[in-house]
Ligand binder design. Structure first.
Ligand SMILES: C[S@@+](CC[C@H](N)C(=O)[O-])C[C@H]1O[C@@H](n2cnc3c(N)ncnc32)[C@H](O)[C@@H]1O
Length: 510
């Protein structure tokens, strides 16, 4: 990206009433990271680096397209998921300089390194990882053909024939979906805010967010902040995952997963910041009329200004952003990788391992578990502890018929207490999970070693880093389990209270 492109973007931002402290922050290329923000001088904590008027965010609330389409917006299902925002982005782009966001859209990426765009040969390298089943290309495409195309065809006045191929193709649809996946924020309305054009017809509104009701200025300081990304499904599914979440601090609603698609917004300038595990030194806050990027730590001149993407595992970083984090790992793991990595262990794998060990049928208790605990995936982390939910599930599967009848009667999940039987079966489960990967740890370490890693393409290298991170967690968990088995088997040793405890010692949910 040349300086002039960035200069044009910065001028556009200023012309649209965005305020950038150009003496404190610059935008430069960071090799391997694309563009990012750099501190041009020492910046104290709590300094506003830039602010963005709400009307400059791009969402289905701020684009005029939903209003222009009227009832057809909802009739075509554009008020659900990301398809509406994708269409707004395509339409704004098709308007060229007439669009308020032309200076922003022209700096958005035209290419992604995410697995959504990989060839089969590269995708094979991810076998066994949490990425494979979550790419969601088919779901996304269904929305394109079933909602977007009929909507576009119904309004040739808005979507002229000669612009369809260039701006409204399925390729542009995926590209804009990936722009949302890697750069959008969750921006809620200000409390009590009423947007002109908003009505009970969800998504029918379209005017800019400037008609907010009067808010006590005191409340401005209680602004909410950008928080962790929601980790859910891929674009095209019902529940979406904006890159970053701005949420009201006091809002603890149970419904937070069911986000309003109108809250998903592209935020010019704020999406220029990169992120790295636990490196955050700036964060986006929202107020009644604007969003502000504020330093959360002192930043030295020359340092990169980092936002947070919520420190997700490498599987999610790769799938959503196209990069991975490699930093120092913490004990019990060693070497480098992403301390936020996880391994997903499906309940179906656990059941298939258990069913080889027990003589009774497990279906009834599995159905009960799914009903009561609603957990069909267990998450192992880099602490290499058995998750308490998995311990509780294993205990359930190992219960005698009598015990199981009592459990069902009490309607209470088994306590996550580890004993030899649980440990033995947990070892079998982890060993079975390791078999999902076609290569061994030593193979991956060799591929990433100096002299070898240079031969790998970026996609292959990232895939190996993701799967190695997961395998190290499994191997570390196996090591811990085996030492627990050895401790329990040692006849003379008095067991400590810790030997008895599974996972992190908390009670299983319920
Ligand atoms: C919100 S944008 C940040 C700005 C972006 N670098 C650009 O050039 O426009 C997110 C994208 O930045 C890149 N990125 C962010 N953090 C990174 C990191 N730690 N390492 C490599 N790439 C990173 C990834 O390509 C990601 O999809």
């Amino acid at each position: 990206m040349t300086d002039s492109v960035i200069d044009n973007f910065v001028s556009w931002f200023a012309n649209q009433q965005g305020l950038l402290d150009t003496s404190s922050m610059g935008i430069v290329d960071f090799p391997g990271h694309g563009r990012g923000a750099v501190a041009l001088k020492d910046i104290p904590e709590d300094h506003t680096l830039f602010s963005i008027p709400r009307g400059l965010t791009l969402s289905t609330r701020t684009s005029t397209l939903p209003t222009l389409m009227g009832h057809a917006w909802k009739e075509h299902g554009l008020h659900e998921g990301w398809v509406g925002l994708i269409l707004c982005m395509m339409w704004e782009e098709s308007r060229g300089a007439e669009s308020k966001w032309s200076g922003y859209l022209s700096v958005l990426p035209e290419k992604f390194d995410t697995p959504m765009f990989w060839e089969e040969d590269d995708l094979k390298e991810l076998q066994g990882t949490a990425v494979v089943d979550k790419i969601g290309r088919d779901d996304a495409e269904r929305d394109y053909y079933e909602k977007l195309v009929p909507a576009v065809k119904s309004r040739p006045d808005l979507f002229p024939e000669d612009k369809l191929e260039r701006y409204f193709s399925v390729e542009r649809y995926h590209l804009n979906g990936s722009r949302i996946l890697s750069r959008s924020f969750h921006v809620e309305k200000w409390k009590g805010e009423h947007t002109e054009g908003d009505s009970d017809e969800e998504g029918a509104g379209g005017a800019e967010d400037e008609s907010a009701m009067d808010v006590d200025p005191q409340e401005v300081s209680a602004a909410a902040h950008v928080d962790e990304p929601v980790q859910e499904d891929a674009p095209g599914s019902d529940v979406e995952e904006p890159q970053l979440v701005v949420e009201a601090e006091e809002d603890d609603s149970d419904d937070e997963d069911r986000e309003d698609p109108a809250d998903v917004a592209m935020v010019p300038m704020a999406d220029m910041l990169n992120a790295r595990f636990e490196s955050e030194n700036a964060k986006l806050f929202y107020e009644e009329r604007e969003l502000k990027m504020v330093s959360t730590k002192p930043i030295k001149a020359g340092e990169q200004i980092w936002n947070t993407y919520g420190d997700p595992p490498n599987s999610d970083l790769l799938r959503r952003y196209g990069h991975v984090d490699v930093v120092q790992l913490r004990p019990p793991l060693s070497g480098t990788g992403n301390p936020g990595d996880v391994v997903e262990v499906g309940a179906d794998l656990v059941v298939s391992v258990a069913s080889k060990k027990v003589k009774y049928d497990l279906q009834e208790r599995v159905d009960w578990w799914l009903e009561e605990a609603d957990d069909d995936v267990f998450i192992l982390r880099t602490d290499c502890e058995l998750p308490e939910e998995l311990v509780s599930f294993l205990r359930l599967l190992l219960q005698s018929e009598d015990e199981w009848q009592k459990t069902a009667k009490k309607s209470k999940l088994p306590k996550p207490k580890v004993d030899k039987d649980v440990l033995d079966i947990a070892v079998d489960v982890i060993e079975a999970r390791l078999k999902a990967y076609p290569t061994f740890i030593k193979d991956d370490e060799k591929l990433l070693s100096p002299g070898s890693v240079e031969q790998l393409s970026l996609n292959k290298k990232n895939a190996v880093i993701v799967r190695l991170g997961e395998k190290r967690i499994l191997q570390g968990t196996l090591t811990q389990l085996r030492s627990q088995v050895a401790a329990l088997s040692a006849p003379s040793r008095k067991r400590s209270r810790d030997d008895d405890k599974g996972g992190r010692g908390k009670k299983a949910r319920k």
